[in-house]
Every structure is written in structure tokens, then in C-alpha cells.
Design a protein around this ligand. Structure first.
Ligand code: HEM
Length: 426
């Protein structure tokens, strides 16, 4: 066994490629050998050090000075010369937002823009999420078969995100195309030809973000988070800089909704393949909050994030040079037996499910985590109440190939409308 390349950690490290099937099919399983034998390793095919254990990932998130987030939005596949030219032609200048900003600028900015995210200020969005969810369900509840992603899980988080941000809700189809382009541009491995097409979409997205900012400036009393950002840009331009506003406008549209749509699709897929858990929730909705955390642990939508060392250091017993780029794989940490007993078992009663790393950890931890959670809880409450007899349809799942954003492109579900509780007990 020790001489077989399939069990040789050095050989597995050399061969590791996150764009190949093992990681694309199941990132946590693809790194089981690493968690067990070599928890931090250099992957030459990617040019990154991969970190797979819970405690090491948390240690990286915890120290954002030694492990800078400056590479979080870098193109993981370097741009071709042609793609660079295309991006330039649109004046593309994506730079620091919040998630990839170093200290002390980051904390100052985060504090200045925190208000909208505190739980008391999120209450008012609940009603909207519930109303949109019910309206979407009304549209398909009598059909007996639907793709949940197209019918609800894409659009509701997008509408909620745009409403929260104060961004006009008029171009949903365009934004979907742009979001995919941004994800592939940042976390994917496009071919040279694809790079050019994607660069055009990313360039258009950049221009569009600039136009939205101008439009929003003409509504100085606007209530969304990006309105607040634009106002802060006028009153504290050194903290909330022009470059930040433009970069953030583009990044946040993706950060706020793709993450939530994908996590929600993963949640329904997971629960419908663990029927006992689904049935338990149908019988007792008070299980919803912990079930959502367990879904985020077991099948989160952000499976890997990035950092870069600012000095030589060691991690998991491995020496790292200054400037080392790290791929920290939360999906792997979330299954680590050293932290989660029976980590591969899906258990909605798990008492430490909430320790998952899907929202990151430390001073950059997701600002929108309570919005994402709220949406997922409402989706689950409404679906289990109105369609307890829902089941997963036969299907092949497809995923956008990339290192970090994970969720099925489509999720077909079926049920017998004659058995809908609201028909039986109207
Ligand atoms: C940061 C995941 C929803 C806004 C992050 C980070 C992750 C993440 C992994 C980086 C954390 C770190 O570096 O420690 C998710 C997931 C979501 C979600 C899985 C849904 C299930 C949202 C929503 C919003 C949002 C709905 C806004 C409305 C942000 C912002 C940051 C961030 C502003 C940057 C925080 C900082 O750097 O200080 N998110 N996110 N996210 N997220 Fe989310």
C-alpha cells in the first residue's frame, strides 16, 4: 500500500487538481487522504498550498495579518494577453472590496458599513422573503414537478439581495449571465477561447456596475446598503473609496445571492436524500434552524477560500514561505472527524453543526450570514409545510466547474399535487 501511488501522499499532492472530477464531484471526499496524511501540501498544478483540516483552516481565517486575504478575488487561472486587452477596453479595474482588503483599512470600512447587517435591521426583510417564497410556490404548487433552482432558488435570493442593496431589480437575466462570468473569471479554469468571451461579460458587468452607481447617486435618500455605501463615500472618501464602491458593486451582487441560491439548492438536495431528516422537520419545524446549519456544514455553497502569507510561517507542521498562496478548503474542514464526530454523517441534531466554516471565520466572517440563514430557514419552513411529500426526481446533477462556489445548476423535484395538504385541508 505504501508504494502504490494511489496511497502515496507526495504523489497525490503532485497530482492534485481541483478542476478534475474527484474535487469537482465531492471536494471533502477528494481531500480525505490529505486530512488523514498530509493536511497542508503544495499543489504544483494549481500553484497553491492546500489546507484541509478544520483547525488549520480556522487558524488561517483567525490571523488575517499573517494570512492576508488580498488574493481572494484574484483570477485563479491567469488571464491570457487577449483577455487582458478585452478587460482593459471596458476600463475594468476590479480592486479591493471588503473581503480582500487588508488591515487597517478593512476594519474601518467594515465598521462604517455594518449597520444594515445587524439582526435588528434584518427583521424587516423577513416578510419580503416569505412573501416572495409563497408567491413563487403558488406558481408551481399544482404542477407536480419543477426545477427548484429556476422556479425559486435563483430568483428569490437575487431579488432579496438587490432589495437589500437598493439595486434596481430590472435585469435579472442579464445579472445571471454576469454572475456566472464573474465566478468563472475568478474561480474557474476557462480555456483560452472561453477567456475572451468571459472577459467581455465581466467587462460589461463592470460597466453596468458603474451605471448603477450613477443611477443610485440620483436617489440620495435611497435605503439600500449600497446607497449607504455611496453616502459614506461622500462623507468619508478615504475609508469608503471610489475604487471600493465600484468594485464592491460588482462583487456584492454575486456575494449576496449566488452564495445563498447555491446553499439553498444544496440544502434541498441533501434533505431529500436523507428522508428521515426531511420527515422529522415536516413533523417539527423547530428543527429548521439547526438543520440549516447542518446543511451548511455538510454541503455548503462556498467550499474553498483563499489567503496569502505575508511572512514565512508554519502550518500543520509544514513550513510555508512568504507569499505562499493558500487554498483553504472549508468543505474538507467541515467533515474533519477531529472536530465533527462522524463528520461524514448528516445529522440535523448535531450539537456543534454551527461551528462550520462555510461563512469563514474571524474578522472577515461573512457580513451577510444572517440574511443567508434567514432565507434558507424560510425556504425550508414553507416547503416542508406546503410540500411535505416532495421527493427528488431522477436526474444527473451538473455543477459549474470552479474551486469555490458549489451547488447544482438544476434541482428537479416531484410530488403528487392531489396530496398537497392545502388541497386536503384548505
Ligand atoms: C464574506 C460566504 C451570503 C456579504 C464571505 C466569506 C464567505 C462568505 C466564505 C469570506 C469570509 C472570510 O474571509 O472569513 C457566504 C455564504 C452565504 C453568504 C455561504 C450564503 C449562504 C451573503 C449575503 C451577503 C454577504 C447574503 C450580503 C447581503 C458578504 C460580505 C463579505 C462576505 C460583505 C465580506 C466580509 C469581510 O470581508 O469583512 N461570505 N456568504 N454574504 N459576505 Fe458572504
Amino acid at each position: 500500500r505504501d508504494t502504490c501511488p494511489a496511497f502515496d501522499p507526495a504523489a497525490l499532492a503532485r497530482e492534485f487538481d481541483p478542476f478534475q472530477p474527484p474535487y469537482q464531484l465531492d471536494p471533502a471526499e477528494a481531500l480525505r487522504w490529505s486530512r488523514d496524511q498530509l493536511p497542508v501540501f503544495y499543489a504544483p498544478r494549481l500553484g497553491y498550498w492546500v489546507v484541509s483540516r478544520y483547525e488549520d483552516i480556522k487558524a488561517v481565517f483567525r490571523d488575517n495579518i499573517l494570512f492576508s486575504p488580498r488574493n481572494v478575488l484574484e483570477k485563479i487561472t491567469p488571464a491570457t494577453a487577449e483577455a487582458v486587452e478585452v478587460l482593459k477596453s471596458y476600463g475594468y479595474a476590479m480592486n479591493r472590496t471588503m473581503v480582500n482588503e487588508d488591515e487597517p483599512a478593512h476594519m474601518e470600512r467594515r465598521r462604517a458599513l455594518m449597520d444594515h447587517f445587524i439582526p435588528a435591521n434584518l427583521e424587516k426583510h423577513q416578510e419580503m422573503v416569505r412573501r416572495l417564497t409563497r408567491e413563487k410556490m403558488d406558481e408551481f404548487i399544482d404542477t407536480g414537478r419543477v426545477d427548484l433552482v429556476d422556479a425559486m432558488l435563483y430568483e428569490v435570493p437575487l431579488n432579496v439581495a438587490l432589495h437589500f442593496l437598493g439595486v434596481p431589480e430590472d435585469e435579472i437575466a442579464v445579472l445571471r449571465k454576469f454572475s456566472v462570468a464573474h465566478s468563472v473569471n475568478t474561480w474557474g479554469r476557462p480555456t483560452d477561447e472561453q477567456q475572451v468571451a468571459i472577459a467581455h461579460d465581466v467587462g460589461r458587468f463592470w460597466k453596468y456596475a458603474g451605471e448603477i452607481i450613477e443611477k443610485m447617486k440620483s436617489e440620495p435618500e435611497g435605503t439600500g446598503w449600497m446607497h449607504e455605501t455611496i453616502r459614506k463615500n461622500a462623507t468619508m472618501p478615504d475609508v469608503v473609496t471610489d475604487s471600493y464602491v465600484h468594485s464592491m458593486m460588482m462583487a456584492i451582487i454575486v456575494a449576496a445571492h449566488e452564495t445563498t441560491s447555491l446553499a439553498s439548492a444544496n440544502m434541498f438536495k441533501t434533505l431529500l436524500t436523507h428522508r428521515d431528516a426531511w420527515d422529522d422537520i415536516c413533523a417539527d419545524p423547530s428543527l429548521v434552524p439547526n438543520a440549516v446549519e447542518e446543511c451548511l456544514r455538510y454541503a455548503g455553497s462556498i467550499v474553498a477560500w483563499r489567503r496569502q502569507t505575508t511572512a514565512p510561517t508554519s502550518l500543520g507542521g509544514i513550513d510555508l514561505p512568504e507569499g505562499a498562496k493558500l487554498l483553504i478548503v472549508q468543505a474538507s474542514g467541515n467533515r474533519d472527524e477531529r472536530h465533527f464526530e462522524d463528520g461524514d454523517t448528516f445529522d440535523i441534531y448535531r450539537d456543534n453543526a454551527i461551528d462550520h466554516l462555510t461563512f469563514g471565520y474571524g474578522s472577515h466572517q461573512c457580513m451577510g450570514k444572517n440574511i443567508g440563514r434567514m432565507e434558507m430557514r424560510i425556504f425550508l419552513e414553507e416547503m416542508t409545510r406546503r410540500l411535505p411529500h416532495l421527493r427528488l426526481a431522477e436526474q444527473e446533477f451538473t455543477y459549474l466547474p470552479n474551486t469555490s462556489f458549489r451547488g447544482p445548476d438544476h434541482l428537479w423535484v416531484e410530488w403528487d399535487p392531489a396530496q398537497n395538504p392545502e388541497r386536503k385541508h384548505p
